[in-house]
Design a protein around this ligand. Structure first.
Ligand SMILES: [Zn+2]
Length: 234
């Protein structure tokens, strides 16, 4: 085998490792986004429960205000009753007071209902917050693992790339250019075995002339179908 081919095969093994590390590095942000996406549902539940509680609180305040208004009216009517000397006016005021007192009672019943609803809403919120905290903690763990992995992969990648430079330096520049061009285009390999007359890259049968050239072992030989650099395995 040509010494350049041996060197290329070794370089290619490193380039394949580099390619995997680069892919891993590129995929980490996607994993991070997926981890964070797990929070969306729980966050929405907390938001919905918070909103529900606030809505009920507004209703309670409104009912309380209505009660207060009626109690003021009742007080005013009592004052008028106290001041009047006419019996029929006194009784008419009494009827009105009765009406307001009935109003107050039904408003107080409503307020009690809202209070119970608020208690339930608070429990729902508490559950939603607990679930969110649990998910958040799991997501944080996942994110920490991913951050560590990212740092590890980046270090390994830097080491591989530095060593690659040393390894590639002695390779003939024309061969190197050809290899680089092929490796960037092929997802698997630029240098492949040719076994039983079949190219290990595209799996096509190579022509006799190519086999003869490989046997002569004098020049870099490419598959005439896919262009990959071949070496003979018989
Ligand atoms: Zn081929």
């Amino acid at each position: 085998m040509l010494p350049e081919i041996t060197k290329l095969i070794q370089l290619q093994e490193r380039d394949q490792r580099i390619r995997l590390l680069q892919k891993e590095l590129k995929d980490i942000p996607k994993h991070e986004a997926a981890a964070k996406a797990q929070l969306a549902g729980d966050l929405a539940s907390v938001e919905a429960a918070t909103l529900k509680g606030k809505e009920i609180e507004v209703k309670i305040k409104s009912v309380e205000l209505d009660i207060q208004t009626r109690q003021n009216s009742i007080k005013r009517l009592h004052d008028q009753q106290f001041e009047t000397r006419k019996n029929d006016e006194f009784q008419a005021l009494g009827v009105e007071i009765q009406r307001y007192e009935n109003d107050v009672r039904s408003l107080e019943d409503k307020e009690l209902e809202f209070m119970e609803e608020l208690e339930t809403a608070k429990l729902v919120l508490k559950d939603a917050q607990a679930k969110l905290a649990q998910t958040q903690s799991r997501v944080n763990d996942e994110l920490n693992v991913l951050t560590e992995r990212f740092a590890g992969v980046r270090t390994r990648l830097a080491e591989e790339e530095a060593e690659r430079k040393t390894q590639a330096a002695p390779i003939d520049s024309t061969v190197m250019d050809l290899y680089t061009r092929l490796f960037s285009k092929k997802p698997d390999a630029a240098v492949v075995p040719c076994s039983h007359g079949i190219c290990g890259g595209c799996h096509m049968k190579v022509i006799m002339g190519t086999i003869q050239q490989l046997r002569a072992d004098e020049v870099v030989t490419q598959c005439e179908s896919c262009g990959r650099i071949l070496y003979l395995v018989e």
